[in-house]
Write a protein that binds this ligand. Sequence first.
Ligand code: ZN
Length: 155
Amino acid sequence: MMELDSLYQEVILDHYKHPLNKGLSEEYDVQVHHINPSCGDEITFNLSTEGGIIKSITWDGVGCSISQASVSIASDLLLNKTLEQAGSIAEVFIELMHSKGTKDGDPLVLEDAVALAGVSKFPARIKCALLGWMAFKDAAVRIKQLKEPDTRGSN
Ligand code: ZN
């Protein structure tokens, strides 16, 4: 295993062994499937909103501990946020993953996701950590298209 702070490693392993929101809900607004071929990580991600607020995130997947822990963390952190808030948090996380180990991440914003900060030092693993967040971003775009259809040009 790569060298991460041992406390952080524990957070990651805990999410991997006891994932949050794992198991796909039968009802959802949008479902996306994302893969990370370089590692063999794969997830299906269900998202539901109500009045612009994330009401449900469920997922299922297989892959390395980093990828699966990261989806678990995202599914918990983004729940009950507005799509805009969740989108901003995702951007902060993505920036952290591209920081090449120069940033620790703000625990007030990222909570358990700061445990993944050290992954940014390992280019081959960044896609593992980002998989769930990219799935969220994709699902968020689709849900906006579904629920706030662009009406320009309809008049
Ligand atoms: Zn992976």
